[in-house]
Write a protein that binds this ligand. Structure first.
Ligand SMILES: [Cu+2]
Length: 155
């Protein structure tokens, strides 16, 4: 019985795509938790989300991001204009000492403009972040479902 059950589980695991569980990363005093994005087609735009935490005693700033998967990568926020929320590029994203900054849908995000290839759910895509103090760090965005409002793999 046990053997059959195990075989059943192994067979199921082989068929189902493995979830691309988001990982956590560090650069100097900056902790980068749960970087993720949404499935999207080639030539579409995408957005990267994550949690940035500054464990140090000095302020830092995310200055830029880059990825081979997009033609252009920008730092964006959302601003209210009358009844609608619009995206707007920002120069940088401050991460004050001891503070946590959320990049999330409807707020700050990393804009991936002109995807070179489709973002497939379950895949991971590389992204390089450049901080003023912490320097450069490469992370991987876990690709979630197209309509995801949050990563399904929070710890
Ligand atoms: Cu945007």
């Amino acid at each position: 019985m046990i053997t059959l059950t195990r075989r059943g589980l192994i067979a199921a695991a082989a068929i189902l795509p493995l979830p691309a569980a988001a990982r956590d990363y560090a650069a100097g005093e900056i902790r980068i938790a749960n970087p993720w994005t949404r499935a999207a087609g080639a030539n579409a735009n995408g957005a990267g989300f994550m949690t940035l935490r500054n464990t140090g005693s000095q302020p830092d700033r995310l200055l830029a991001a880059a990825s081979p998967i997009a033609r252009v990568v920008e730092l964006h926020t959302h601003v209210r204009e009358g009844e609608v929320m619009r995206m707007r590029p920002v120069q940088d994203i401050p991460v004050p000492a001891g503070q946590t900054v959320e990049l999330r849908p409807g707020g700050l995000h990393i804009m991936l403009i002109g995807l070179n290839a489709p973002l497939q759910q379950g895949a991971r895509v590389p992204l390089t972040l450049r901080f003023e103090r912490a320097g450069e760090v490469q992370v991987e965005l876990a690709v979630e479902a197209a309509g995801a409002r949050g990563s399904g793999h929070r710890h």
